[in-house]
Design a binder for this molecule. Structure first.
Ligand code: PEP
Length: 250
């Protein structure tokens, strides 16, 4: 039985003072403990997350990191910096990082392996553009990303990874993939994991859907067989919406 996992991606939102306020609200929410919940904040808010979420069931994490331990990599944060502060997750390969910061699969692969080496849970994002979907290339695109981003990840480690299927055309646009299409793609990703790592690993790995998930569509999406959670941008910035997402079962 896979534990559902709902994670907020704050993106480049929330100054420290705004984060303090939102996290004060989040820490007091009555959240379903049968659901794993987390927030991935801007790096500057991580210390606030550590303080405010201490003693709650809400984990926190980064939205990116470099794969090296330390050194002359101006502007980056390292896996150790994340673990030292108590971070649990790190989002890797988000489509915004791929598009605006030109992150390639070979870099993302190094980051995934570094996260696993440091006991961070990588939330590996994949997904196709609208053009690729319309050209019926969505499976090929995602297959390529999964193969390259998970290259040399061991069978032992694969179950720790969370994969987020995020069709790019659905992110921040208000357009959600139909629950059937989202489920089909999450099922397809599971079949790729089964091919490479076996049925057991495929049954255990958690696959999220991301792309305009809101309180009004989360129940339907989470009702699908292959959707184990959601990576949520916009709707994670309001405590009441975050509560409704995590409590989709209530
Ligand atoms: C995201 O940031 O990964 C995302 C899915 O954003 P939104 O929920 O706003 O579409």
């Amino acid at each position: 039985m896979r534990k559902p996992v709902i994670v907020g991606n704050w993106k480049m939102n929330m100054t420290v003072s705004e984060a303090e306020k939102l996290l004060d609200e989040i820490k007091d929410l009555d959240l379903d403990t049968e659901v794993e919940a987390g927030v991935c904040t801007p790096a500057i808010d991580l210390l606030v997350a550590k303080e405010k979420l201490a003693g709650t069931n809400v984990g926190f994490g980064g939205q990116n990191m470099y794969f090296e331990e330390s050194g002359a990599f101006t502007g980056e944060i390292s896996p150790t910096m994340l673990t030292d502060i108590g971070a649990k997750y790190v989002i890797l390969g988000h489509s915004e990082r791929r598009e605006y910061f030109k992150e390639c699969d070979c870099l993302i692969n190094k980051k995934v392996k570094a996260a696993l080496d440091h006991d961070l849970v990588p939330i590996l994002c994949c997904g196709e553009t609208l053009e690729e979907r319309e050209a019926n290339e969505h499976e090929a695109k995602v297959k390529g990303q999964i193969e390259k981003d998970l290259k040399d990840v061991s069978a032992e480690d694969i179950e720790k990874v969370i994969i987020a299927y995020e069709p790019i055309w659905a992110i921040g646009t208000g357009k959600t993939a139909s629950s059937e299409d989202a489920d089909a793609m999450c099922g397809y990703i599971r079949s790729l994991i089964a091919e490479k790592y076996g049925k057991d690993a495929a049954e255990k790995i958690r696959i999220q859907y991301g792309g305009s998930v809101k309180p009004n569509n989360v129940v339907e999406l989470m009702g699908k067989e292959n959707i184990d959670g959601a990576l949520v941008g916009g709707a994670s910035l309001k405590a009441e919406d975050f509560k409704a997402l995590v409590n989709f079962n209530k």
